[in-house]
Design a protein around this ligand. Structure first.
Ligand code: ATP
Ligand code: FE2
Length: 323
């Protein structure tokens, strides 16, 4: 069985093809790049997605050495995401499903991050820390659904790092640059904002920018920003592990590439006797394979979805019938 998935919630338009075991046959990603210094403009990103769609689809089929007739099901990201971007993916998914007479599945983007993480790392029932540009969530399976145990109350962790980078003119995306810069830095105190299980990053970034403007070195501020933000993430993840009694932690999203964040979580897991997994880099950011694979799980479990977009859909609205 072959499944084709289309991801288009934000910057990236991607088509992935996976088989019934979750093996990835193709995973083509084409990302919209906003002009330097600008955030994402949904209409521009959506236009990009529509322009590259056919090319990305053809490349995915050719990478997988398959034809459209070999595909059994088609899935699209249903939400959460930017409505114009979601529409671009949905239109293409509907078009190819109809013209090739294939069943169509609407997939929740956050659930898809967890599922591709589970299948690619063999984690069974983890607490998942999903850290990307726009998202920061601590999720775990309880009572038939993935529940959100903690999340950012303002911006996503990646966007927080990028906001810092933009203010200091170190280029986009700033995460990898901050990571390099931080090596060997000294700690300068920054605010630490965890409220219950929720996190807030904006004020910390503003304070870090102010410290730099007042003369602290980029190295020390980068180091302190990472230590502070990642300690907050580790603290809340640890409490979710303690609360749920789970024995695994799964790290995913674009920020999962950060070695210092990986190290902090690995230490926490070791101390608690939990197993720690990191999703492979090419499947950690937004990608079509995660949508395709979640479509397989829904299809196998006869979990139908409505043919509609839900830009504000929450993770815990989705029945997880396959667990
Ligand atoms: P979303 O999934 O929320 O739509 P996105 O597509 O912007 O977000 P990803 O591609 O998952 O997100 O991740 C991009 C983010 O990851 C950027 O904010 C970038 O700065 C950050 N990032 C990438 N590499 C690293 C790193 N090594 N350390 C920290 N952050 C990183
Ligand atoms: Fe994502």
């Amino acid at each position: 069985m072959l499944s084709l998935g289309i991801e288009s919630t934000a910057h990236s338009f991607s088509v992935g093809i996976v088989d019934e075991k979750g093996r990835v046959l193709a995973n083509v990603i084409d990302s919209y790049k906003a002009p330097e210094g600008w955030g994402i403009e949904p209409a521009k990103a959506a236009q990009h997605h529509r322009e590259v769609a056919d090319k990305v689809l053809e490349k995915a089929l050719s990478d997988a050495k398959k034809m459209m007739k070999d595909i059994d099901i088609i899935s699209f990201s249903q939400g959460p995401g930017l409505a114009p971007c979601l529409h671009a993916g949905f239109d293409i998914a509907k078009r190819i499903a109809k013209s090739n007479k294939k069943p169509l599945y609407g997939v929740n983007h956050c659930v898809a991050h967890i599922e591709i993480g589970r299948v690619s790392t063999k984690a069974k029932d983890p607490v998942t820390l999903y850290v990307s540009g726009g998202n920061t969530q601590i999720l775990a399976f309880v009572d038939g659904r993935y529940r959100c145990f903690g999340e950012s109350m303002d911006i996503g962790i990646g966007n927080a790092l990028d906001k810092f980078g933009r203010a200091l003119g170190i280029g986009f995306p700033a995460g990898p640059r901050i990571e390099k810069e931080a090596v060997g830095g000294k700690y300068i105190e920054l605010p630490y904002v965890v409220k219950g299980m929720d996190l807030s990053f904006s004020g910390i970034v503003t304070d870090a920018i102010r410290k730099k403007e007042k003369g602290a070195s980029l190295k020390d501020v980068s180091f302190s920003l990472q230590e502070t933000l990642f300690s907050m993430l580790t603290e809340v993840t640890e409490r979710a592990v303690a609360h749920t009694g789970k024995e695994e932690v799964l790290l995913t999203g674009g920020v999962a590439a950060n070695k210092r964040l990986q190290e902090m979580l690995a230490i926490m897991c070791k101390e608690r006797g939990a197993k720690f997994y990191v999703v492979p880099h090419d499947l950690a950011g937004d990608n079509g394979s995660m949508i395709a694979w979640t479509g397989v799980l829904m299809h196998k479990n006869k979990q139908k979805t409505k043919e509609e977009l839900l830009p504000r859909q929450r993770t815990d609205e989705i029945d997880v019938s396959w667990l």
